[in-house]
Design a protein around this ligand. Structure first.
Ligand code: GLV
Ligand code: MG
Length: 315
């Protein structure tokens, strides 16, 4: 699956911002029909999005549209407009405020009909469910497995905090009075575990103080450390920082590749067929190789090049 370190949110109603987004090095760009678009502007935004997806000038970004959630009157027409108008140029639908597996299945069925009716490859358009309330979090396993189209699990912190009555207005910061703990840990870990259990990408939501790049870096670094694959970005200045934070550091990438090479050598017959060996001052074994594999794959996906190489010891 393609890497999604940075996921840029762009209002579907803003042609200028969509045009600018095409040239940015975000791994994914999603054009929003939901909360960034006011109700009277939704119909026009559908047409904007179709025109934008059909137009030239896109880079390699994964192209996604966020439709409105199934409790509104807009979802079906959002999906029909964008898939009929630009299905070939659309990689996934981001489905917000998901409550259960049935809502994912409903989108899957609608997409299948649209793909068949429009001569599109059936099953190619993915689904990115967004976890934004208590029901969604409680039903996360059925949401994750409701359709083979599901590619990611995405956290929606602002809606989530509102839905559970968390007493704060600042996304990403701890609610006052709960400072020694991390109010998000359970939510983030539940999303991450479900993603890993079902082979999906775990994506953190937005950091809303867009002028505070240090705050963004702090918030992004926390979820990157936990194991998330990427995070939303709301402004061009956040894109490079986000890509860097969700890629391995050069020294970690080099070390991971070295561990994999050393482990392959030492476990081979030529290398002595040993399971646990010293690499420098560290003992490495099968579990070290698995950890190294994760870092190496992230580095390769980010097109990093290694700056060191493993030299087998002289026999
Ligand atoms: C994003 O959709 C959020 O609710 O934080
Ligand atoms: Mg939301």
């Amino acid at each position: 699956m393609s890497t999604r370190r940075s996921v840029l949110a762009v209002p579907g109603s803003n042609l200028r911002m969509i045009d600018k987004a095409k040239g940015l090095p975000a791994d994914e760009i999603f054009l929003d029909l939901e909360d960034a678009v006011a109700p009277p502007a939704k119909a026009a935004a559908r047409a904007n999005i179709v025109a934008a997806l059909n137009s030239p000038g896109w880079g390699k970004q994964i192209k996604v549209v966020r439709v409105n959630d199934w409790t509104t009157e807009w979802t079906y027409a959002d999906v029909i407009s964008v898939v009929e108008g630009a299905g070939r140029d659309l990689d996934a639908i981001l489905l917000p405020k998901v409550l259960d597996g049935a809502q994912v299945r409903a989108l899957d069925l609608l997409l299948t009909q649209l793909e068949k009716a429009n001569g599109l490859e059936v099953g190619r358009i993915g689904i990115e469910p967004q976890i934004e309330n208590a029901q969604g979090l409680r039903n996360i396993d059925e949401i994750a497995t409701a359709s083979p189209r599901v590619q990611t699990l995405v956290f929606g912190p602002a809606d989530f905090m509102a839905s559970i009555n968390m007493r704060t207005l600042v996304v990403g910061e701890q609610p006052e009075g709960y400072e020694p703990g991390d109010a998000y840990h359970h939510i983030l870990m539940t999303i991450l575990l479900a993603a890993r259990a079902h082979g999906l990408q775990a994506i953190d939501g937005p950091y809303l103080q867009i002028r505070d790049l240090d705050g963004f870096r702090r918030a992004a670094s926390r979820t990157a450390a936990l194991g998330f694959d990427g995070k939303w970005v709301l402004h061009p200045t956040q894109v490079e920082a986000c890509n860097e934070i969700f890629s391995p550091r050069q020294a970690d990438y080099d070390r991971a590749e070295e561990i994999l090479d050393a482990y392959a050598y030492h476990t081979s017959t030529a290398g002595g067929a040993r399971g646990a060996v010293m690499l420098g001052d560290e003992m490495i074994d099968e579990a070290s190789a698995k950890m190294a594999q994760v870092v190496a794959e992230k580095g390769r996906a980010a097109a990093m090049t290694r700056t060191t190489s493993f030299v087998p010891p002289q026999a």
